[in-house]
Design a protein around this ligand. Structure first.
Ligand code: 13P
Length: 245
């Protein structure tokens, strides 16, 4: 999946069907193979029951396989609910749940062991961006969560923290440059197969076309603008126009 809706902590059972109907009114269902949705855990079953075209993912898993860890959800459990990908290391989890690179690495391994595709999020805070130290920062995030892993198939979402939920989208040419650097680091330093590299941070139906046009951008991870089915559909159409048209 290349264009992914991250619903974060939004959505109730009754919302999904409405969202899906609006999405399919706006975008061509035959092209939905490249789309993904990561709803809250509570809606995984609902999404699975109502459609099978969009890939289904979770927004997190435990770094442990099972056991006495109250409140956690394992890779095997999301697999059992029909998920085939998982968002890991999102900046909101790093910040609110103090997730370390070591924990994120264990989660990547857990996902991979259960045949769930990991979408690893990385991205720099504003002060690092302002100091022009983005490259070093991303390198150390990648190093912390990918070193020592073997033969892992994953995608990476580059999400500059200062662009998330702010309307302050990164410049498409900068995104392209950062993506090519991330690709280069991954192929040089780690034993991973990078399936897709996607961008996240204030993507909407107005700015997505120019972002999708960039050579090293394979898709997008979308928060706020993905909550409305029509809006997500218009973003998907921008993607389809460039990659299927
Ligand atoms: P927004 O699209 O709301 O900026 O969120 C981006 C994001 O965090 C997706 O994971």
């Amino acid at each position: 999946m290349k264009v992914i809706a991250n619903w974060k902590m939004h959505g109730f059972k009754e919302d999904y069907l409405h969202w899906y109907k609006n999405l399919s009114k706006t975008a061509d269902e035959n092209l939905f193979d490249d789309l993904g949705i990561a709803p809250p855990f509570t809606l995984l079953d609902e999404c699975k029951i109502h459609q099978s075209k969009i890939k289904l993912g979770a927004q997190n898993i435990s770094h442990l396989p099972e056991g006495p860890v109250t409140g956690e959800i394992s890779a095997a459990m999301i697999k059992n609910s029909g998920a085939n990908f998982v968002i890991l290391g999102h900046s909101e989890r790093r910040e609110l749940h103090t997730e370390t690179e070591e924990v994120i690495k264990s989660k990547i391994l857990e996902a991979s062991n259960h045949n769930i595709h990991p979408v690893l999020c990385i991205g720099e805070p504003k002060e690092i961006y302002a100091a022009k130290k983005t490259e070093d920062f991303l390198y150390s995030q990648l190093q912390g969560s990918l070193n020592d892993l073997n033969n892992i198939n994953l995608s990476i979402a580059y999400e500059p923290i200062w662009a998330i939920g702010t309307g302050d989208v990164a410049k498409p040419s900068d995104i392209n440059k950062i993506h090519s650097i991330i690709k280069e680091i991954c192929s040089r330093e780690f034993d991973v197969k990078l399936e897709n590299i996607i961008y996240g941070g204030s993507v909407n139906d107005q700015n997505s076309k120019e972002i999708f046009e960039q050579e090293h951008v394979n898709g997008a991870l979308i928060g706020g603008a993905s909550l409305d089915g029509h809006s997500f559909g218009r973003i998907a159409n921008n993607f389809f126009e460039i990659h299927n048209g």
